[in-house]
Design a protein around this ligand. Structure first.
Ligand code: CA
Length: 116
């Protein structure tokens, strides 16, 4: 099977499942280069619109935190907290504050975030 879109068609990521970065051999050759971006691990890649979207697509948050990525600070709908090992990186949606589930490594989403 020719695996051109290892992350699905985008609906899977929108539904909340963790999208893993593609591997070098999977990089879609037919896409223009500006549509794909490399992770901190140069053998991994993501689609460019997955940079700075808050989601940990690379698995190591290099799509969100890398100095090369230069993401803007968290928007008003987001809570800034230390890098997590979870689905999000340096920002989580405020809707996840005080939902009794840890999203920040310092638990500030449950104890400091005022909520949405
Ligand atoms: Ca991302």
């Amino acid at each position: 099977m020719n695996k051109i879109f290892p992350q699905g068609d985008g609906n899977a990521a929108a539904a909340g499942s963790k999208a893993l970065p593609g591997r070098e051999g999977d990089m879609p050759q037919r896409l223009p280069g500006f549509l794909v971006a490399h992770c901190g691990d140069p053998a991994s890649w993501i689609y460019s619109d997955q940079k700075c979207d808050g989601l940990n697509n690379c698995g190591d948050c290099s799509d969100e935190l890398s100095p090369v990525t230069m993401c803007p600070p968290c928007g008003p709908g987001w809570w800034r907290c230390p890098s997590t090992v979870f689905k999000y990186c340096s920002c989580i949606p405020r809707s996840l504050c005080r939902d009794h589930v840890q999203h920040c490594s310092d638990w500030s989403d449950e104890y400091s975030c005022p909520g949405p």
